[in-house]
Design a protein around this ligand. Structure first.
Ligand SMILES: Cc1cc2nc3c(=O)[nH]c(=O)nc-3n(C[C@H](O)[C@H](O)[C@H](O)COP(=O)(O)O)c2cc1C
Length: 215
């Protein structure tokens, strides 16, 4: 599949065919592509927690769901059918260490130097690599977050050190019919609204947009 096809076909899938697991070669490929993501200073401050057994998945949902004793809602029922979860963890210290090296020289490890938390940015980019790889392999996927209040329980359940932040989770599987997100009703903001040319507020004009009124 061409890259543009994968980009255009990608959408978040929130229910999966429980009868079909993710082929092992695809799991390998997801991770191989994740580590191809760019990273500031080639710091590669990410870890990926792969959860595919029933035991691991039950532990994941029990530790992260808002109401462990209540009936799962439709979102959770759908997501719990995912045969594969990959938790994307960022590692800030690896960036601070990397940028304290002589070629960067930020030996004070001052976080105020960072335009934004690149450790989270890069880990998110790795997640996108997995989302696109899933589409390319004919599967569906979704990126979702773990509520901050649940981070301690999640860490405890999987021995994740406090130095790691769960940036998000990529669920993967063969798609089952699901309900599109109500968020999509807001529509995609067009390029002419979000892209500015030369100066903020001057809309970028795509090549196919006529610059003169026709006739
Ligand atoms: C950082 C991030 C966090 C997200 N968190 C959730 C989430 O917790 N639950 C969920 O169902 N979707 C989540 N999404 C998916 C968005 O709702 C989705 O990308 C958006 O509605 C556009 O739909 P599409 O990706 O299918 O085109 C998240 C997406 C991103 C990029």
């Amino acid at each position: 599949m061409e890259l543009s096809g994968a980009i255009r076909r990608r959408r978040m899938v929130r229910a999966y065919d429980p009868a079909r697991g993710v082929p092992e070669v695809v799991v390998d490929l997801l991770l191989e592509h994740a580590i191809r993501a760019p990273s500031a200073g080639f710091s590669q401050g990410w870890d990926f927690l792969v959860l595919r057994s029933d035991v691991d998945q039950d532990r994941f949902w029990a530790s992260t769901r808002q109401d462990p004793d209540g009936e799962p809602g439709s979102w959770l029922r759908g997501m719990m059918t995912a045969p594969l979860l990959v938790v994307c963890l960022s590692d800030k210290d690896r960036y601070l260490d990397r940028y304290a090296e002589p070629d960067k020289g930020w030996t004070d490890r001052d976080e105020a130097r960072w335009p934004v938390p690149y450790w989270d940015v890069d880990t998110g980019m790795a997640g996108l690599m997995m989302l696109l790889t899933a589409v390319d392999a004919g599967l569906g996927s979704c990126f979702f977050g773990i509520a901050p209040a649940k981070h301690p329980a999640f860490r405890a359940a999987f021995d994740v050190p406090t130095s790691r932040t769960p940036v998000g989770v990529v669920s993967v599987g063969y798609p089952a019919p699901d309900r599109r997100s109500p968020s999509l009703r807001r529509g995609r903001r067009p390029v002419t609204e979000v892209a500015h040319e030369g100066r903020f507020g001057v809309p970028y004009r795509p090549a196919e947009t006529p610059t003169e009124p026709a006739g």
